[in-house]
Design a protein around this ligand. Structure first.
Ligand code: ZN
Length: 192
C-alpha cells in the first residue's frame, strides 16, 4: 500500500471523464492494490471521500468514509464504501439543500453547493458485486461530490453564490456555526 499524490485544481486529470472498469479488470491485482492506495491516501489526508482521478487514475472508482472526521466534525458517519462505475440519481421530486463543501483537490477553499437531498446510488463494490442504496442529507451530498469528480466536475463549478467561497479558517470563524445548525436540520429532515 502507498499514499499517492493528490492532484489539485488546474491539473487536467481532474477534468477528464473517467472510464468504466470491467469486472475482470477490477478484480486484477493492479486495481485491487490501487483501491488499497485510494483508501490509504483518503485516510492519510482526512478526506471524507476520494475519487480515482484525484490520485491521477481516470477510472470510475471512488471511496467514501466518514468516521468522526476532523475536517468535517458535523458529518454523520458513513462506513468505508468503495464505488466502482457509480451512478447517482436524485430521487424523483426531491428537494435540494445548500451543502458547504470542501475538497482535497481544491486546497483551502469552501463554498455552498446545491445538492439533491436524497439520491439513489448504484455501483459495484470492489469485488464487482452490485450495490444499490439510497443516501440522504449530508451523506447524499458526499456521494454527489465524489461522483462529480469522475465526470470531471469540481464543487467550485457548482457554487451558485460565489460570495459563499471562503478559506477553511474563515469558514470556521464566520460560517461554521450557522452551517452546523442548518446541517442538523438537514439531517433531521432527510436523515444522514
Ligand atoms: Zn473532492
Amino acid at each position: 500500500m502507498a499514499i499517492r499524490k493528490i492532484a489539485t485544481i488546474g491539473h487536467p486529470v481532474l477534468r477528464q471523464v473517467a472510464r468504466d472498469l470491467g469486472r475482470d479488470e477490477l478484480l486484477s491485482p493492479t486495481w485491487q492494490s490501487f483501491i488499497d492506495d485510494l483508501v490509504e491516501t483518503m485516510h492519510d489526508a482526512n478526506g471524507a471521500g476520494l475519487a480515482a482521478n484525484q490520485i491521477h487514475e481516470p477510472v470510475r472508482i471512488c471511496a467514501v468514509h466518514v468516521k468522526d472526521n476532523p475536517r468535517y466534525p458535523y458529518k454523520p458517519n458513513i462506513p468505508l464504501t468503495i464505488l466502482v462505475n457509480p451512478v447517482v440519481e436524485p430521487l424523483p421530486g426531491v428537494e435540494t439543500f445548500l451543502n458547504y463543501e470542501g475538497c482535497l483537490s481544491v486546497p483551502n477553499l469552501r463554498g455552498e453547493v446545491p445538492r439533491a437531498a436524497r439520491v439513489r446510488v448504484r455501483a459495484w463494490d470492489r469485488e464487482g458485486r452490485d450495490l444499490d442504496f439510497v443516501a440522504a442529507g449530508l451523506s447524499a451530498g458526499t456521494y454527489q461530490h465524489e461522483v462529480d469528480h469522475l465526470l470531471g466536475t469540481l464543487f467550485v463549478d457548482r457554487v451558485t453564490d460565489t460570495r459563499s467561497l471562503c478559506t477553511w479558517q474563515d469558514f470556521e470563524r464566520y460560517h461554521q456555526a450557522a452551517f452546523v445548525a442548518r446541517a442538523r436540520a438537514i439531517v433531521a429532515t432527510y436523515g444522514a
